[in-house]
Design a protein around this ligand. Structure first.
Ligand code: ATP
Ligand code: FE
Length: 366
């Protein structure tokens, strides 16, 4: 079964072709960072216009790169939510029109479910995570630690009541005046931390220690790390020097990742208490492309595995951690194969909890 998928929930315009036998035939991502950098973040109207401009060409390229005729596609998938309403409508309208014109089935996908299921597509056949597994979704809009029991059953163990980790990386990067990379301000902060040979080693203490929020609770909080940097910058009369910016960026990255390590260990303990045996931790979402984070989580889980039961750490390749349509195609596959399609009247859900994946609009009382 071959799926053409579209994704436009935030600031990347994406199209991809993926098959049910786990082949990625194409993966087109059109970035918008040049349009948004001057606004300091994603400007909704600019994003909608860019999606409208870029989507037809992205679909054409996805088919060309897959060396396929559109009539050879068996189904059309798109991101139904969560995401920015106007942006979602671009991929939804394009997908519905393609499905209607081609008389092919249509499936609307949950964006975070798609981030979570990506490693099931990208892992080598003998290393595919088995349910139940723990999944850490760290992105621009979410910080979630979930227990995945099946492709459609997710239980939230921890979330954030304030900012997401991706948002905080972005804000701190801007406070430190780091120019965006093509992957945005968060990626730029990671690269900035590597600009000196003494890898991730904070020079002699010049920054006050970062707070460690809610140490006993299985809950994330990133706003306090953001305000810590904000306060520090505000107390300075002159612009920060390079050494100071570097020390602050590294100390922030360490604190942000340290919180993930701590809560993952708590999540594993919680699973043990619940009597659920998990063998994998799947980490996905844009922030999961951060290499420092990958290294730290690996060390943390190696230690845990030595003391307790072995836990295998699984990441998608960095290019499939940030938004892409490959993950949308893959997350739609089980529904296409089961003949469980959506109508053309399927609604968008800009807010949509992953626990409510299978709920109808009536059940959600929209
Ligand atoms: P969501 O998936 O929650 O709807 P989104 O789709 O906008 O949000 P993603 O594309 O999954 O988010 O991830 C983008 C986020 O990841 C941004 O906040 C970005 O700064 C962050 N990010 C990307 N690369 C890195 C990196 N190397 N280090 C830290 N953060 C990063
Ligand atoms: Fe995303």
């Amino acid at each position: 079964f071959t799926v053409l998928a579209l994704e436009s929930s935030a600031d990347d315009t994406c199209a991809a072709v993926v098959t049910s036998d786990r082949r990625i035939l194409s993966n087109v991502v059109v970035k918008q960072h040049k349009e948004h950098e001057k606004y300091g973040g994603i400007h909704p109207f600019v994003a909608i216009e860019a999606h409208q401009r870029n989507m037809p060409g992205a679909v054409r390229r996805a088919l060309d790169e897959a060396k396929m005729n559109v009539t050879d596609v068996d189904g059309i998938a798109f991101t139904r939510g969560p995401g920015m309403g106007g942006c979602l409508s671009v991929n939804a309208n394009a997908a519905k029109t393609l499905a209607a014109a081609l008389n092919k089935p249509l499936v609307g996908v949950h964006h975070m479910q798609a981030h979570a299921l990506t490693p099931l597509l990208t892992s080598p056949p003998d290393q595919i995570p088995k349910y139940p597994f723990l999944t850490l979704l760290i992105s621009g809009g979410h910080t979630l630690l979930l227990l995945a029991r099946s492709p459609t059953s997710f239980e939230t163990l921890a979330t954030t009541n304030d900012e997401s980790i991706g948002q905080t990386f972005d804000s701190v990067s801007k406070l430190l005046q780091i120019p965006w990379s093509s992957l945005g301000p968060g990626d730029a902060l990671e690269k900035f931390c590597l600009t000196s040979p003494d890898l991730h080693d904070t020079p002699p203490v010049i920054t006050p220690p970062f707070p460690r929020p809610m140490p006993k609770r299985l809950q994330f909080s990133y706003a306090c790390l953001h305000s810590h940097v904000e306060r520090y910058v505000a107390t300075k009369d002159a612009p920060l020097g390079n050494e100071e910016r570097l020390a602050l960026a590294r100390a922030f990255q360490r604190a942000a990742v340290g919180q993930l390590e701590e809560k993952v260990l708590m999540g594993l303990e919680r699973c043990q208490e619940m009597g659920v045996s998990v063998g994998h931790l799947v980490v996905s979402g844009g922030v999961a492309s951060n290499m420092f984070l990958r290294e730290r989580l690996r060390i943390c889980l190696d230690l845990f595995s030595k003391k307790h039961s072995p836990i295998r750490l699984v990441f998608p390749p960095p290019s499939l951690c940030t938004d892409n349509a490959v993950m949308i195609a893959w997350a739609s596959m089980h529904r296409f194969l089961a003949g469980d399609y959506d109508d053309y009247s399927v609604t968008l859900r800009s807010k949509w909890k992953i626990e409510d994946l299978l709920k109808t609009d009536e059940e959600l009382a929209y």
